[in-house]
Design a protein around this ligand. Structure first.
Ligand code: HEM
Length: 390
């Protein structure tokens, strides 16, 4: 592999699919690497630089966009693409969604829905864990958070599957416009008749002593849709794949369910479903002896930092009781993922219900598991077979 040509592509399938070698070489030889891809950017790959830079919102801004290459969204993703002090204002608007109380209220519903989904296929001896469990469950959770009426949930589920399956960029864009139009209708309906759901709450809130406007509510709805569903589904699909690839881990979890909490953290570290996001320097910044000029795009490789041998012993192994485990799968600092407790809850429930009901599942074709290019390390389909349950 030749990385001296600085053609490192943070989004290339090879980087996402097999992140070990390329990042190990970069951490050792060039931890602040300039790449000519995507209009030119800098990649930080060592934990020692990635973690503080992620926290340093003054010098590493989340504006104008954290996507690299830019997805070209017409408006910013809120609250991700905002900096302090505005960021805190948006974040506090979302407290109502991201409260421990709200998550506790959802736990029973999530468990019930997960059991329903697994029982739908448990008697068949075959299923697709991505399409029959991970995507429907995680998108259902988003519909609860966003207050989508029950009669529209099936449509919403179709969209979420569509978003990860679409072939061409045009199809993807068309689907995004459909979702956007749906949300515009939903927000207008809540403006006319508030119901107490998230849109009603946001429309009744103020920011800088002015009412939150409908565009901002739309921004937040689109952000939560993107941030919450695909990420958690990706994590689940990777975990199911790893439990197939490493039967000893599955045995360990079945024999020691008390390991689940630390095991989930370890899976999140190892998988890092969101491999990184970009920042833009607000001034010249010296990082590990290299000066990055002002206005440059900088990629925070959480995927690489989470495999950094300087921080994690045996980083390429999955150690279910790893402690400490200060991984960066949920980012760090003020933008750290507010959905982390919810994602952990969903993952725990999915893994527990699969292990309880179809403990001997196997992937139909382990070699066919593909990780797609994108903001998230998505696995789109995961066909399995197992002993049918009566
Ligand atoms: C395993 C699943 C998940 C992973 C790996 C993940 C990862 C991340 C990461 C790395 C960030 C930081 C972005 C940055 O610093 O630029 C983030 C932010 C965020 N996540 Fe998650 N996330 C997950 C699940 C969720 C869920 C379930 C929700 C909510 C429904 C959610 C909502 C958000 C929001 C709103 C932000 C922006 C926070 C801010 O900018 O202040 N995430 N997530």
């Amino acid at each position: 592999m030749d990385i001296s040509n600085s053609n490192y592509d943070n989004r290339h399938v090879a980087t996402l699919d097999d992140p070990d070698e390329i990042h190990r070489v970069m951490r050792a030889q060039c931890p602040v690497e300039h790449s000519s891809q995507h209009g030119g950017f800098w990649a930080l790959t060592r934990y020692a630089e990635v973690e503080p830079a992620t926290r340093d919102t003054a010098r590493f801004s989340s504006l104008p966009t954290i996507t690299l290459p830019s997805v070209g969204a017409p408006r910013p993703f809120i609250p991700m693409e905002s900096d302090p002090p505005e960021h805190a204002k948006y974040r506090s608007l979302l407290n109502v969604v991201f409260s421990a109380r709200r998550f506790a209220e959802l736990e029973g519903e999530i468990r019930k829905h997960a059991v329903e989904l697994v029982e739908r296929f448990a008697g068949a001896g075959e299923a697709d864990l991505a399409r029959d469990l991970a995507f429907p469950l995680t998108s259902r959770v988003i519909t609860w958070l966003l207050g989508i009426p029950d009669e529209d949930v099936a449509r919403f589920n179709e969209w979420s599957l569509g978003l990860v399956s679409v072939g061409s960029p045009e199809e993807g864009l068309a689907l995004q416009m459909e979702i956007r139009d749906y949300y515009i209708g939903h927000i207008a309906a809540r403006r006319a008749n508030p119901t107490g759901d998230l849109a009603s709450h946001l429309l009744a809130s103020t920011i800088d002593d002015r009412p939150v406007d409908e565009e901002e509510v739309l921004d937040i709805y689109l952000s939560l849709t993107g941030a919450g569903g695909e990420t958690t589904a990706a994590a689940a699909n990777h975990i199911f794949t790893l439990l197939d690839r490493h039967p000893e881990l599955r045995e360990q979890l079945l024999a020691h369910p008390e390991l689940m909490t630390s095991a989930l953290e370890e899976f999140l570290r190892y998988v890092t479903p969101v491999p990184g996001f970009a920042r833009t320097t607000t001034c010249p910044v010296e990082v590990a002896g290299t000066v990055i000029p002002e206005g440059e795009r900088v990629w925070m490789s959480w995927l690489s930092a989470n495999r950094d041998e300087a921080v994690f012993e045996r980083p390429s192994e999955i150690v279910l009781d790893r402690k400490p485990n200060r991984h960066l799968a949920f980012g760090a600092g003020v933008h750290r993922c507010p959905g982390a407790p919810l994602a952990r809850l969903e993952l725990r429930i999915m893994v527990e219900e699969v292990l309880a009901r179809i403990p001997d599942y196997r992937l139909v074709d382990p070699t066919s598991v593909r990780i797609s290019e994108g903001q998230t390390r998505v696995i789109r389909t995961l066909p399995i077979i197992f002993t049918p349950q009566r």
